[in-house]
Design a protein around this ligand. Structure first.
Ligand code: SF4
Length: 360
């Protein structure tokens, strides 16, 4: 595969993940870099997560928001969501991911829809990472202007999935798996899937994730597909991941390069869960989107110093603690220093209007 510079089948993708291919990591990196530049140019899109709520009815062993964890719980009033959005807009962001724990109380009452409309006043691109829903409740969210739906399967290994999700609706593996197709029917322009690396064997997860992406490319072809590969971070609760499933930096790089060689058109997202040095090194290697300056606590940005973009107090209600604490401007400068262009605005609603006109 290194000779032809790409993987054409799932079997070839699996071979790129093998220990044998791992020995040739420099070759993989070169192929990945070439493909990424060919399809995306020398650009990295920046976005920020904005946590709406840390209330959750699920018990997921690995998550700080898990319902039994004694953390302060809050669902932000819409006005606070808008204020936080303004703070992020002042930092340069034009693309936002609204994130929430899974709680039925704000699914049906129009809360998220209102948040989307408010955020769009100062932020042109709004994406959503929410509890899986039926198609019907997604429709008003798309109509309100949100463009992307993100739901990670967390692990594709069903026995591990059952072990990790011990209470709440998230126990239903298949319901979660089918979410993207329900979102597609509601007309989300982009669909985001992912695994939480560290729960099970990373090669198994990677092959399953790639197969899922392939399926979506075929069946949800009007939407862009995006992949995230978060690695486990320390969080509230007593969860200790099994050591054997840890993913080294080297394996992580191998996985990103292999994905780029197998699925050249998909977006690959890198979060602030990774340390600054690794994030810097990954810029040229095939990722397309990066979060920056992130808080994982609802309302967390309000306590940031707006000059330095540092936390001024602890964030006891955060989902996990990030590893890259650099302010957004510093991340953008790092990207520029590597010869890449940081792109703040991923998409503009006016383009969506043009797209929908041309589809008719
Ligand atoms: S992973 Fe999601 S569903 Fe599970 S506890 Fe955390 S916020 Fe709730």
């Amino acid at each position: 595969m290194l000779q032809k510079g790409r993987a054409e089948t799932l079997g070839e993708f699996a071979a790129l993940l093998s220990p044998r291919a791992g020995i040739q990591i420099e070759g993989l990196a070169q192929c990945s870099q070439y493909i990424a530049q060919k399809h995306y140019g020398k650009t990295i899109r920046l976005f920020a997560p904005l946590y709406l709520s840390n209330e959750c009815i699920n018990t997921c062993q690995y998550c700080g928001f898990s319902r039994n964890n004694p953390i302060p719980r809050v669902t932000l009033p819409v006005e606070t969501v808008f204020q936080e959005t303004q703070l992020l807009a002042q930092q340069g962001f034009r693309s936002l991911l609204l994130v929430s724990g899974e709680h039925p109380k704000y699914v049906a009452n129009g809360y998220v829809e209102e948040c989307v409309r408010e955020c769009l006043k100062v932020m042109p691109s709004i994406n959503l990472e929410l509890a899986p829903m039926e198609t019907e409740p997604y429709i008003p969210l798309v109509k309100a202007g949100s463009e992307m739906l993100v739901v990670y399967q967390e692990t594709y290994h069903q026995p591990t999935y059952q072990k990790m999700h011990i209470a709440g609706p998230k126990k239903n593996y298949k319901w979660r798996m089918d979410t993207m197709e329900r979102g597609y029917k509601a007309d989300f322009r982009r669909l985001g899937i992912g695994v939480l690396l560290g729960l099970y064997d990373w090669r198994y997860e990677a092959i399953s994730l790639a197969a899922h992406a392939q399926y979506l490319l075929k069946h949800c072809w009007r939407s862009q597909i995006s992949i995230s590969l978060p690695r486990l971070r320390p969080a509230a609760g007593a969860f200790q991941p099994e050591q054997q499933y840890g993913v080294s930096d080297r394996a992580f790089v191998q996985l990103i390069c292999a994905l780029r060689m197998f699925l050249p058109h998909i977006s690959v997202v890198l979060s602030t869960r990774e340390a600054p040095e690794l994030r810097n090194a990954l810029v040229p290697l095939g990722i397309t989107h990066m979060s920056a300056g992130a808080s994982t606590e609802p309302g967390g940005y309000s306590s940031y110093n707006t000059e330095t973009w540092k936390q001024t107090k602890n964030q006891p209600g955060e989902q996990f603690h990030i590893a890259d604490e650099r302010p957004p401007i510093e991340v953008a400068n790092m990207i520029r220093s590597l010869g890449y262009e940081p792109v703040w605005k991923d998409f503009d609603q006016s383009l969506a209007t043009e797209e929908s006109v041309s589809k008719k």
